[in-house]
Design a protein around this ligand. Sequence first.
Ligand code: SAM
Length: 243
Amino acid sequence: MLHKLLSIIKLKKQINSDNFIKRIRSLVIGEGMLQDGNIPLIEFAIKNMPNYGSVIEIGSYGGLSTNLIIYLMQKHKKNNPVFNCDAWIYEGFDDQINKNILHIDGREDVLREDYSIYMKNAFINATKFLSLNNLPHSFHLKSDVFFSKWNKQETETDLFGSEIKLGGEINFAYIDGGHSYDVVLNDFENVANHLVIDGYMLIDDSAPHLNFGSAKIIGKIKKDNRFVLVAKKPNHMFIKKKH
Ligand SMILES: C[S@@+](CC[C@H](N)C(=O)[O-])C[C@H]1O[C@@H](n2cnc3c(N)ncnc32)[C@H](O)[C@@H]1O
C-alpha cells in the first residue's frame, strides 16, 4: 500500500505543473465542487485501472469532474467509454427544514427549475467545448434510474445524441451525486456489483469530519471484505479485491 501512497504524492506534484488542470476550474462552472485532493486520486485510478470496463461518474453538475476525467484518460491513453448521469436537482441549504422552497438560496427571483436547465446546458456546453472528440455518454437521470437501466442493459440515446447500450463492467467509478446515506449506499452497491477486480471507486465528500451520508457510509465499506482502502486525501478511494 505504501508504494500506492508514494505514487499518489508524486502525481500530486506533477499536477501542480499541468497547465490544463490549472486552467480547467476557470473554464467550467462549479469550481467549488472539486476537492483538490481528488485530482491525484482520479489520476491514480485512471492510470492504474484495468484496461477493460467503463468509467462511471455519478453527479456531473457543470462538467468539471467529467472533463477532468476525460482529460486524464486521454493523458494516460485510456479509451474506455465514460458514462455519467445527473438529475440536475438544486440542493438548497435549508432543504431539510423546508422542502417547498421554489427559488435558489438568497435569490427569490431565480427559480430552481431554471437552475436545472441552466446547469444542464452549462454541462453540455463545457463538455462539447473541452471534450468534443471524446464525448461521454451522459444522461439526465437520477442514479437509481441510471443503474436500473444499466442492470437491464437497456439501449438509450445520450445527451449528445449517441445511441448506446448501457451495462457491463466498471473499472473506475466517481460517486458524487446525491449525498444522503440511502442514495450513496445505493450508488455504492450498484457500483460494487459491476466493479472489476482491481477497479477503483472514489467517494466524494467522504472525509470523516463531514456530516454527509457519503462520509457516514465509509465505516460500512471498510468492513466490506471486497474492498481495500487505497487512500484518504481526505476523500476515500477503494480498490476491489478478490475475497
Ligand atoms: C456535488 S455536485 C457534482 C459535482 C461534479 N462531480 C463536479 O465535480 O463538477 C452533485 C450533483 O449530483 C446531482 N444529484 C443529486 N442527487 C442525485 C441523484 N439521486 N442522482 C443523480 N444525480 C444527483 C446534483 O444535481 C448535482 O449536480
